[in-house]
Design a protein around this ligand. Structure first.
Ligand SMILES: Nc1ncnc2c1ncn2[C@@H]1O[C@H](COP(=O)(O)OP(=O)(O)O)[C@@H](O)[C@H]1O
Ligand SMILES: [Mg+2]
Length: 298
């Protein structure tokens, strides 16, 4: 019994050392963006995938991580059938590089796993292992985009707390908005280091998105003292559902659709906000991401 505990502690120590050594390397150039939501089913995964593709199409090197632990499904809407996923990384059978796939526009994709209880209930040490593995992506991308699960589970918060940019996705529905406020509140309480952005998905007209965003940012400002920046909205568009059904990304199957145009506008704004705004002088990149994650895991 004691042997087992000591072994686990040693494992945790070596993981922390691994992460610490990642900190010493030149990781400051990868921008880490977490896409999250309070409620599920609001379009988070579709936004994460298509935003990643839009950024890749603009010439950035982008890695997309499916971190909806245990319920990952980006591979499905990309029409890919990955042989291995994060579960194999967790078990030490594969490295991140082994499981990485290449999608349209050179997008790198790291598949999560679906229907795997172990992934849904990651211990902190297991999460640390996945994170340490991510550290091996040193210098490979300009952007690491993460599709987290919905809600406030520990692994979601770990990614949200550590990211440079946090994109909260909501629909205009009151339930979705309340849950978006909830995740912003928890992120603030956890002292998330990144800028919090808001995307309103499935709006009827653009003005609806503007109105909803205004409401939520005002409430967050007033009651939480948190600045949330509106990134824009994506129209309700049947092309999204058609793309999902045909298992092709929206930006590939229907690049001229209203929803695709909305996603590309959001990509432009995130580039402007996080790459071009020199006044934002925040330390960024995988280095700070790992520092925060280790802090979170401690
Ligand atoms: N802008 C949109 N217009 C129309 N339908 C959408 C839109 N965004 C999402 N959907 C629908 O919602 C479903 C769930 O989206 P998904 O990205 O899987 O949500 P989440 O990851 O938040 O659970 C999609 O399969 C699609 O049918
Ligand atoms: Mg999803």
């Amino acid at each position: 019994m004691r042997d087992q505990a000591e072994k686990l502690r040693a494992m945790a120590r070596s993981l922390k050392q691994q992460i610490a050594s990642e900190l010493g390397r030149g990781l400051e150039h990868t921008r880490v963006i977490a896409v999250t939501s309070g409620k599920g089913g609001v379009g988070k995964t579709n936004l994460a995938l298509n935003l990643a593709l839009a950024l890749a199409q603009k010439g950035l090197k982008v890695t997309l991580l499916d971190a909806d632990m245990g319920m990952a499904n980006i591979d499905i809407i990309m029409g890919l059938v990955p042989e291995y996923n994060l579960y194999h990384v967790l078990r030490g059978e594969k490295s991140i590089r082994d499981i990485m796939l290449t999608g349209p526009f050179g997008l790198k994709f790291i598949p999560g796993g679906s229907g795997i209880q172990e992934l849904a209930n990651l211990s902190e040490d297991e999460l640390a292992r996945v994170v340490a593995e991510l550290g091996r992506l040193d210098g490979e991308s300009d952007v690491l985009l993460i599709d987290t699960g919905a809600g406030i589970a520990n692994n979601v918060l770990a990614f949200v707390t550590a990211a440079d940019d946090i994109i909260v996705v909501t629909s205009p529905e009151p339930t979705s908005l309340t849950d978006a406020y909830g995740i912003i509140k928890v992120a603030a309480a956890r002292r998330a280091r990144g800028t919090i952005y808001l995307v309103v998905n499935r709006v009827g007209i653009e003005a609806e998105g503007t109105l909803v965003a205004h409401k939520l940012t005002t409430v967050a400002q007033r009651f939480l003292g948190v600045e949330v920046a509106a990134l824009g909205s994506v129209l309700e568009d049947e092309a999204v559902e058609r793309a999902v059904r045909s298992q092709e990304p929206l930006l590939v199957a229907y690049p001229g659709s209203p929803a695709a145009r909305g996603v590309r506008a959001i990509a432009d704004r995130i580039i402007a906000a996080s790459f071009e705004d020199k006044t934002a002088a925040r330390p960024g990149g995988l280095r700070s991401f790992f520092r925060s994650l280790t802090g979170f895991l401690r």
